[in-house]
Design a protein around this ligand. Sequence first.
Ligand SMILES: [Zn+2]
Length: 153
Amino acid sequence: MSKEYKTLMTEIRLPYELAYGPVWTRFFEGMAEKKIFGTKCAKCNRILVPARSFCPRCFVDTDEWVEVAQTGTLTAWSYVNYRYFGMPTEPPFISALMRLDGTDVDFLHILGGFDLADFEKARKIVKNGMRLKAVWSNDKKAHIMNLKYFKPL
Ligand SMILES: [Zn+2]
């Protein structure tokens, strides 16, 4: 006869500090200048964004910097209506993967510029394949959220 165990659901938070290093430093300095930087792999010629120090496909260092387009195409999205540790902004928001024009990997950010309070209304606007454009804050912070969101074109 098996014994039934009761469980308690909880969470553990693990705050940590991570040094940007030279590649992320330059990438985030670009955010302060309202520019999005990627790096290009000399072996496969893919443009990786956010900038990476090496190509995860070829395992070679990347040393060519490219300022990439601020427009792109939505590839996947998720409506977030709950709070969690480390969230990029207050919910509701839409976490979105997009392929910025001329790049070869998807870029993760959020969508905005329209009413997100009602999921049913939002899902009528948001469609994979839709065109997007970066909207910047008026700040000059070297932070990913200096790019406020991507709005539908
Ligand atoms: Zn490569």
